[in-house]
Design a protein around this ligand. Structure first.
Ligand code: AMP
Length: 340
């Protein structure tokens, strides 16, 4: 890898790109945004974005970025657009764990990892006969919760499993996850694991604003019971959980990092998220994780997260936190600890 021009961050042009570009600038780390022309167009419209824009034309673009000293800072769009398998084969170095990005693509591996971390999770049903309450049916590859179904009816689940195989949404019924639908409030906890400072930091929280499930409660008549609501993410809202919950969240974050290191090759660095429901007794259960920056961290875009002020004395965005870790790792000759 050639760091002749200085270390750089390559970011897919979507998702949390604005935050990463501004964060790189704040820490003096150069950034390249890459993506298809139609994604780059947006970033040309902001005079405040002065970084390099590179068209993505396939895996060779990743090789070119690597040759020029860029490391990939993965976001949700790179996982979706470039794909974890292409990333696994590419020689570009990844900030964080490329193996975790692969695990994230499999619903069953995902839940196994959470369970092996000792984090409470909703029940998974292996047969419709076991269903004794509301369940959420998750098809493989469903984007942003778009195709999910919530039901209490085992017969309906049986139909959905057949339908998913018939429509080739799943190779077999086993690829469809039938999960306990948790009653409570959703809360998405954002973290940053720092090998340089040897700690797992809490960087903030958000709630996803999902269409149409979040709109239905405003409906003047009860349409929810006659309508199958989707969970399409439209945006994110900030939330500040009760202070007593912070310790639980911190413990879960630390357990997650230990499990990733234990199960997936010994190393981990960077942002991640535990997607949780908190029930009426304040039990926290995680139904999902993201092993990279989540778009929910955009709620702190520009002004930065007040939680990071508890570690660094000033608010900071997660984008800047990434650039800071990279810069410090390079200065200490410890880049190997944060890259895979
Ligand atoms: P996911 O794609 O797994 O992040 O889920 C999309 C959305 O579905 C979440 O943001 C939640 O609103 C909802 N959801 C997913 N799993 C569960 C669950 N087990 N219990 C309650 N709500 C869930």
């Amino acid at each position: 890898m050639n760091y002749g021009n200085g270390l750089g961050m390559a970011v897919f042009a979507s998702h949390s790109a604005l935050q990463l570009v501004l964060g790189g600038e704040a820490q003096g780390v150069r950034v390249a945004l890459f993506g298809p022309q139609q994604s780059l167009r947006l970033y040309r419209r902001f005079p405040g974005i002065g970084c390099e824009l590179i068209e993505y034309s396939g895996p060779e673009t990743l090789e070119r970025l690597a040759e020029r000293g860029y490391v990939l800072v993965p976001n949700g769009s790179v996982v979706e657009y470039v794909g974890p398998e292409t990333l696994a084969r590419s020689s570009v170095r990844v900030f964080g764990s490329r193996e975790l990005l692969r695990a994230e693509a499999s619903q069953s591996r995902k839940m196994e990892l959470l369970r092996s971390a000792g984090i409470p999770t909703p029940r998974t049903y292996s047969s419709p006969d076991e269903i004794d309450g509301p369940v959420i049916v998750k098809f493989p590859g469903a984007k942003g919760g778009k195709g999910y179904e919530v039901t209490e009816d085992p017969e309906k689940v049986r139909e959905l499993l057949h339908w998913a195989v018939e429509k080739r949404l799943a190779g077999s019924p086993d690829e469809v996850m039938v999960q306990e639908y948790l009653i409570g409030t959703t809360l998405y906890a954002h973290y940053f694991h720092s090998p340089i400072h040897d700690r797992t930091e809490i960087t903030g929280f958000d709630i996803r604003y999902e269409s149409d499930v979040d709109g239905l409660r405003r409906a003047p008549v009860d349409v929810a019971s006659r309508y199958s609501p989707t969970f399409t993410v439209v945006g994110n809202l900030p939330v500040f959980p009760r202070e007593r919950l912070l310790e639980t969240f911190l413990e879960y974050g630390e357990r997650f990092v230990s499990a990733v290191k234990r199960e997936l090759g010994g190393k981990f660095a960077g942002p991640f998220c535990l997607e949780c429901v908190v029930d009426r007794d304040l039990n926290v259960l995680a139904f999902e994780f993201s092993g990279r920056i989540v778009a929910g961290t955009n709620v702190y875009l520009v002004h930065g997260s007040p939680y990071l002020a508890l570690y660094f004395g000033r608010p900071m965005t997660v984008g800047e936190r990434v650039a800071l870790e990279l810069r410090e790792a390079q200065e200490r000759g410890a880049l190997e600890e944060v890259l895979t």
